[in-house]
Design a protein around this ligand. Structure first.
Ligand code: FE2
Length: 298
């Protein structure tokens, strides 16, 4: 048997994917694993946050932890696709309860630098990504049990976005949304529509049957939430980037559209937590943690 024939044999372990929808922010987190009793990665876990009271809750993340325990999984990785601006990360809670190394793209340092200045963070705040257990670079490979995994650098929404391919499934973060919703915004500090277009075309150069898993879905009442699509479906139907829509047309559309979007409801607390790898800011001398609001800045 030649090497080529070997590579085309069906995988013994098809990637198992369990989605968890956070209704409040319309975010999908995932537990990705090779088999019951096997190894797992957790992607983009959400910490609930009520901006009216300033209270956090782990109710959503607890569902995910319960699933990991029920399936008797060993968590090797907790993977963030990027520093989210719409929800707080529950990565520390997940790590405390089921373990795993917390990883993000290596360019997180650029995002940290931008927001250290926006929030005038304490001198001790490091902008080298060292708050995370591991920083991944484009093209790095790793394993989730029997599944081979690969890091795909897909900037544009932020300078640090990574897509994670685990077996036959790709977790695309905020690049593509479902075909009828389109693509992620590019107007946050460090975002760039042209860069996003190129990242997306790269994702869409993968085999047509590659399964793509979204970080969000915004069906706006038209249908139920969906989280899974394929490269082929996106190429044929994505309203922003299907085949035939060129880079300049996309950039014009994306830029115009972004100019009319409001900031996400939770952007200020989210960023302050997520650039610290999900930790809250240090408490003040009375023991209380505070979030800052930069006035007339964003
Ligand atoms: Fe995002």
């Amino acid at each position: 048997m030649t090497e080529v024939e070997t590579a085309q044999q069906p995988r013994t372990f098809r990637t198992q994917v369990e989605p968890f929808l956070d209704n409040d922010t319309e975010t999908f987190s995932y537990v990705v694993y090779d088999r019951e009793g096997g190894r797992a990665a957790v992607i983009d876990p959400v910490l609930d946050y009520d901006p009216k009271s300033g209270r956090t809750s782990t109710a959503g993340a607890e569902r995910l932890v319960k699933f990991v325990k029920e399936k008797n999984l060993t968590v090797d990785w907790i993977l963030e696709t990027h520093a989210h601006a719409d929800h707080l990360s529950a990565a520390p809670f997940v790590r405390d309860h089921v373990g795993g190394k917390l990883a993000i793209g290596e360019k997180i340092n650029e995002v940290q630098k931008i927001f250290r200045d926006v929030f005038n963070l304490e001198k001790e705040f490091l902008v080298d990504g060292s708050q995370f257990d591991k920083l991944f670079a484009e093209g790095e490979t790793f394993h989730v049990g029997e599944l081979d995994a690969e890091v795909i650098y897909t900037p544009g929404h932020t300078p640090a976005d990574m897509s994670w391919r685990i077996g036959d499934a790709v977790f695309v973060g905020d690049t593509l949304f479902m075909p009828d919703v389109g693509t992620a915004r590019c107007d946050f500090p460090g975002g760039d529509a042209r860069t996003l277009y190129r990242s997306i075309r790269r994702l869409l150069s993968m085999p047509e049957d590659t399964r793509l898993f979204m970080c969000h879905d915004y069906p706006d009442g038209r249908r139920e939430h969906r989280y899974e699509t394929t490269v082929g479906e996106q190429k044929r139907h994505n309203i922003h980037v299907r085949d035939g829509i060129d880079e300049d047309t996309f950039v014009e559309m994306r830029t115009t559209r972004d100019a009319g979007l409001e900031m996400p409801r939770l952007i200020l607390p989210s960023i302050q937590v997520n650039i610290r790898a999900g930790d809250l800011p240090p408490p003040e001398d009375n023991g209380t943690v505070y979030f800052k609001i930069p006035v007339n800045k964003l």
